[in-house]
Ligand binder design. Structure first.
Ligand code: IPM
Ligand code: MN
Length: 374
């Protein structure tokens, strides 16, 4: 691949967001060095940190920078001081929802992989989860998240409307079918078509384009059953497609298969820019302690490279992550005995991107308590 020059907006956000973002940026810089690409990083505020600094979770300058960028890398947002206050008018989450909507990021793609080295870390039985490889397509800019919402005059009742238009379903369904064509040729639509009219529209619409993808076997599951099947027999799934709210729930559930929420990346794409972020939240209890797992954000950076068409580079990052897992260079939730910090895991992976052999030397340095070079 010829060398490229790209502008990446980084939104470190709140809690452990800045720590995990630093490591992903370190890895992207290593990719730039190794493959001769130029990545320009532009740091902007979003989330609780933006509320604290300028009074709004998604400042105009941040949105404008994201619009102009080739891609956006996000750490995490959220702060407990807003979670327990149902009357709070301004919330960090509004920043993320506003960004998704404004950038038109209608498809959220969440890969769920059971890593062989980590099977024992899942609370689920190894023989059930081994070999799991699911790609979840979650619709991200419609449904109940964005429908009309409100309260009655006496405030004693409330509503959230769930609406979908056929076109909103079509655009993500095509992406999901295309992904299934490059994988194991199976697509499962998750809905609640026995109860909800929006779900019946999803079924009808997805069914109507299925003939365009004759190599893909399409099946359907009600979301309650899907929630059970993900735990009982996750290997049965290849690509799963679902609406916003169901996707939010089943993707957190499926993350249990991977053994740590700290491993799971995601990409949110639309017709223009794209956003890459770990599935986990801001984990405020861990802030500043150096225990946050940076791998989910680093793998999100790999998805960002895929998005740029830098496939070899993205594979190199994924190989480097595998190498860290093989060597047990992982944060405490995965290895309480031999403890590595967020920064040590990130720099080990960055070294592995530059040169797997070289990172052996680096690992010895970590053992000896020496500081890292990158
Ligand atoms: C996610 C999160 C968000 C969502 C929150 C923070 C608004 O849970 O990305 O899954 O519900 O979409
Ligand atoms: Mn969620």
């Amino acid at each position: 691949m010829d060398s490229v020059s790209k502008r990446i907006v980084v939104l470190p956000g709140d809690g452990i967001g800045p720590e995990v973002c630093s490591e992903a940026v370190r890895v992207l810089k290593a990719v730039g060095d190794r493959f001769g690409h130029e990545f320009h990083f532009d740091y902007q505020l979003m989330g609780a940190c933006a509320i604290d600094a300028v009074g709004t979770p998604l400042p105009d300058v941040t949105l404008e920078a994201c619009r102009q960028a080739d891609a956006v890398l996000l750490g995490a947002i959220g702060d407990p001081k807003y979670d327990n206050d149902p009357t709070a008018k301004v919330r960090p989450e509004q920043g993320l929802l506003g960004l998704r909507k404004s950038l038109g990021l209608y498809a959220n793609i969440r890969p769920i992989t059971a890593y062989d080295q980590l099977l024992e870390h899942s609370p689920l039985k190894v023989e059930r989860i081994q070999g799991t490889d699911i790609l979840i397509f979650r619709e991200l800019t419609g449904g109940i998240y964005f429908g009309e919402k409100g309260r009655s005059e006496d405030r004693a009742s409330a509503y959230d409307h769930c609406t979908y238009h056929r076109d909103e379903i079509l655009r993500i369904a095509h992406l999901a079918f295309k992904a299934a064509e490059t994988r194991r040729h199976k697509l499962t639509l998750v809905d609640k078509a026995n109860v909800l009219e929006t779900s019946r529209l999803w079924r009808e619409t997805v069914q109507s384009i299925a003939p365009q993808y004759p190599s893909v076997a399409l099946d359907y599951l009600f979301v309650d059953n899907a929630a059970m099947q993900i735990i009982l027999n996750p290997r049965q799934f290849d690509v799963m497609l679902t609406e916003n709210m169901f996707g939010d729930i089943i993707s957190d559930e499926a993350s249990v298969i991977a053994g740590s929420l700290g491993l799971l990346p995601s990409a949110s794409i639309g017709d223009g820019s794209a956003l890459f972020e770990p599935i986990h939240g801001s984990y405020p209890q861990a802030k500043g302690k150096g225990i946050a797992n940076p791998i989910a954000t680093i793998l999100s950076a790999a998805m960002l490279l895929d998005h740029f068409g830098l496939i070899e580079e993205a594979d190199c990052v994924r190989d480097a992550v595998q190498h860290a897992l093989n060597e047990g260079v992982v944060t405490p939730e995965l290895s309480p005995v031999v403890v590595h910090t967020t920064e040590q895991v990130g720099s080990f992976i960055a070294y592995a991107v530059l040169d797997i052999a070289d990172c052996e030397l680096h690992r010895n340095n970590i053992r000896l308590g020496m500081s890292t070079i990158i």
